[in-house]
Design a protein around this ligand. Structure first.
Ligand code: NAD
Length: 501
């Protein structure tokens, strides 16, 4: 059968899918110990599409025990790296083979456009697994520069049981950024997807088994943060937490570690990223298009959203006209329609939170240039029009707090020094962008921006070879690239004493 291409095709396929709804523990699906479930809502329609098993402490207990048993048994943790590689590459192949199904699950679960799920989320997820799988047997350990009477071996070992706690904005991709290096390093994993978006994570449990991952190496516990997430954070037999989500919850995980076994805690948290446009940029059309896409892509529910636009004062008015043209072309539509470029907000509560921020912006005196309201009410879904504020100053809440929605805050600056001062005046440090045709300025400004990723004449550039993570309250540690393996391995120093030399 050829691939569905129309809205009707995708809608029919979505209705025909059997949705994964149970926890995946020790190689099989099971109900929650409590028997409880919670509703899974399609943000595009507001309708309940499944009842999902609600894991809590008891289920986390079972999952961690299964992960520990698997780790100690060594079928995965002590498997030759070249064999682990084969299994991870098979998993990547299976993600691609089931790509359309996974893309539909992602779209009906969290509201992103099907075109983006198909072209970005699923291929990038497969790539994250394949890239790390391929790395398995290409990383060497070290021999220390000792004298002839000794041999100092510096080796990397799996850390043990990893708890991966992920958000709802890129449900599968964020999970795969953790799973790829954690599994490549020989660890066992308990994955807790966000309660808003459990479907693809639950399905991956089964695909991983089909790829040949031994039982218990990957466990998936759906459930709520304050119960299942907390239980994982406080568990004494979890060696490391890899978290992506809000700073508020990131700080809780640091507390959980202090209250329990001092587990390693790696955090990828939010951002309020500055996108700086200098008047000497020679392609302002492209800069304006990217400025709009950078905030409206994925409904603005992106940790690296280009949420603070800093435009040099001499070009501001002309530039904003170009930004508005792209913004208005990105009006929301049904996420399952392949023509849709902006989908629905993940849930009603989050939509309201974003609408509240729009009111805050108006009250603070910012000028609303477009959007600012809920649209497509009749669909039952949670849609917000692309919203652009002008005349924002960096002390306003809409310039300082992460809105995590399609709301752009525009500020102006006079010169390079002022641009840098505004850009770095934030508690976050995830990403920053700058647009200029002056190479010397590009280099100087990029070096002075306090952010984990800096994009020059683009927004959100990079691939699996580039580390991803934040400065300041955007987190610690890095996902992607070989640096990600640092999070999931211990370094062992073994000194062989030959008693001579
Ligand atoms: P969130 O922090 O509310 O939830 C993230 C995860 O933590 C979910 O699985 C949730 O169930 C769990 N959780 C919630 N409360 C918990 C608690 N009390 N104890 C333990 N676990 C708990 O974040 P969200 O709303 O799902 O996602 C949005 C946030 O994620 C934004 O701040 C965004 O910037 C951030 N994010 C960051 C990155 C990055 O790589 N830096 C990527 C995507 C999203």
């Amino acid at each position: 059968m050829s691939s569905p291409r129309t809205f009707e095709d995708y809608s029919q396929r979505a209705q025909a899918l059997s949705l994964p709804s149970k926890l995946f523990i020790d190689g099989r699906y099971r109900d929650a110990v409590s028997g409880k479930t919670f509703p899974c809502v399609n943000p595009g329609t507001g309708k309940v599409i499944a009842e999902i098993a609600e894991g809590d402490d008891a289920d986390v207990e079972l999952a961690v025990a299964a992960a520990r048993r698997a780790f100690n048994a060594g079928h995965w943790s002590r498997m030759a790296p070249k064999e682990r590689k084969k299994i991870l590459i098979r998993l990547a192949d299976l993600i691609e083979k089931h790509g359309e199904e996974l893309a539909i699950l992602e779209t009906i679960d969290m509201g992103k456009p099907i075109g983006d799920s198909l072209s970005v989320d699923i291929p990038s997820s497969a790539n994250a697994i394949r890239w790390n799988g391929e790395a398995c047997d290409k990383i060497y350990d070290e021999i220390a520069p000792t004298g002839p009477g000794a041999l100092g071996a510096v080796t990397r070992e799996a850390i043990g049981v990893v708890g991966a706690v992920v958000p709802w904005n890129f449900p599968l991709l964020m999970a795969m950024w953790k799973l790829g290096p954690a599994l490549a390093g020989g660890n066992s994993v308990v994955l807790k997807p966000a309660e808003q978006s459990p479907l693809t994570a639950l399905r991956i449990g089964e695909l991983a088994m089909e790829a040949g991952l031994p039982e218990g190496v990957l466990n998936v516990v759906s459930g709520f943060g304050p119960t299942a997430g907390r239980a994982l954070g406080l568990h004494d037999d979890v060696d490391c937490i890899a978290f992506t989500g809000s700073g508020e919850v990131g700080k809780l995980f640091l507390q959980y570690a202090g209250q329990s076994n001092m587990k390693r805690v790696w955090l990828e948290c939010g951002g309020k990223s500055p996108n700086i446009v200098f008047a000497d940029c020679d392609d302002l059309d492209n800069a304006a298009r990217q400025a709009a896409i950078g905030i409206f892509y994925n409904q603005g529910e992106v940790c690296t959203a280009a949420s603070r636009l800093l435009v040099q004062d001499t070009i501001k008015d002309a530039f904003m006209e170009k930004v508005l043209a792209t913004a208005q072309a990105m009006h929301p539509g049904d996420p399952l329609d392949p023509a849709t470029r902006m989908g629905a907000m993940v849930e009603e509560g989050h939509m309201k939170r974003v609408l509240d921020y729009i009111e805050i912006g108006k009250d603070e005196g910012a000028r609303l240039l477009c959007g600012g309201e809920r649209v497509l009410h009749n669909s039952g879904g949670f849609y917000i029009a692309p919203t652009v504020f002008d005349n924002v100053v960096n002390t306003m809440r809409i310039a300082r707090e992460e809105i995590f929605g399609p709301v752009l805050s525009t500020l102006t600056f006079r010169d390079e020094e002022e641009a840098l001062a505004i850009a770095n005046d934030t508690t976050f440090g995830l990403a920053a962008g700058l647009w200029t045709s002056n190479l010397k300025r590009a280099h100087a400004v990029a070096r002075r921006l306090r952010a984990g990723s800096v994009w020059v004449n683009c927004w959100d550039g990079g691939d699996m070879t580039m580390p991803f993570g934040g400065y300041k309250q955007s987190g610690n540690g890095r996902d992607k690239s070989l640096h990600a393996l640092d999070k999931y391995t211990e370094i062992k120093a073994t000194w062989f004493d030959f008693g001579e030399g």
